[in-house]
Design a protein around this ligand. Structure first.
Ligand code: DC
Length: 227
């Protein structure tokens, strides 16, 4: 049975960068589940619905949305939305970023995405990052990790990444937005952000991503961090 590695943590804790590195090292597939919530947000906005005001209409739109991964070249999984490939970068603009927390708090959306996330395991070794992978999506993951970092460090990383923040945004504004996103993600009724009881917690403050990835790879190879 191939490894199923869950990497959870709050916004800008470095999960994506680290998970991508771990997948490359282990020859597995990398899945950023935030992309799925972002793709649903994109699809909903494209259909003229604002999820902040019309959450109940979002559930009605789901049957009309065509979303899923297909195997690309080599070890890449390509996300397709409504018949077209959609890149992670295209989903990280401010328009989607502003509504995605609201979309992710809708129980019907989480349920709709649950099987789409689990289905990724059919491709082979999976390194899946998100908020509830170790707790809800893959409770039987072979390894579970939870990355943390202080709000200031995360705001710095987010600014350095660009994309999601409008030009000229200050560090304090980014930190405030991250804190608000954390609040929504950890206080929602369904699948709130929290470490699985059996997750290995890694504080990444001041630790470069390659080193965090290395620690995870070492634990996987040594059979530690196992559920
Ligand atoms: O990781 P990200 O910033 O792309 O996540 C976007 C949003 O989706 C964020 O508000 C949290 C939510 N999310 C979630 O609720 N569960 C996941 N497994 C992944 C993301």
């Amino acid at each position: 049975m191939p490894d199923r590695i869950a990497i959870d943590g709050p916004a800008a804790s470095g999960k994506s960068t680290v998970a991508r590195m771990v997948a490359a090292r282990l020859g597995g597939f990398f899945v950023s589940t935030g992309d799925l919530y972002r793709a649903v947000s994109r699809a909903v906005l494209d259909r003229g619905v604002d999820p902040r005001r019309e959450a109940e209409r979002v559930a009605d739109l789901l049957p009309d949305i065509d979303l899923g991964y297909r195997r690309g070249s080599g070890s890449v999984l390509d996300l397709f939305l409504d018949g077209r490939p959609v890149s992670s970068e295209a989903l990280r603009g401010p328009e989607v970023s502003e509504v995605v927390s609201f979309v992710a708090a809708i129980p019907a959306v989480r349920e709709w995405l649950r099987d789409r996330q689990r289905a990724c395991c059919r491709f082979g070794t999976i390194v899946m990052e998100g908020r509830d992978i170790g707790t809800v999506i893959l409770p039987d993951a072979t390894h579970k990790f939870y990355l943390t970092a202080s709000p200031e460090e995360r705001a710095r990383r987010r600014l350095a990444q660009g994309g999601e923040t409008a030009p000229g945004t200050s560090l304090a504004e980014v930190a405030a937005r991250i804190a608000e996103r954390d609040r929504i993600d950890s206080s929602r009724a369904v699948a709130p952000l929290r470490p699985a009881p059996d997750a290995v917690i890694i504080d990444t403050d001041g630790v470069p991503a390659p080193e965090v990835a290395e620690r995870i790879v070492r634990r996987v190879q040594e059979g530690q961090g196992a559920a």
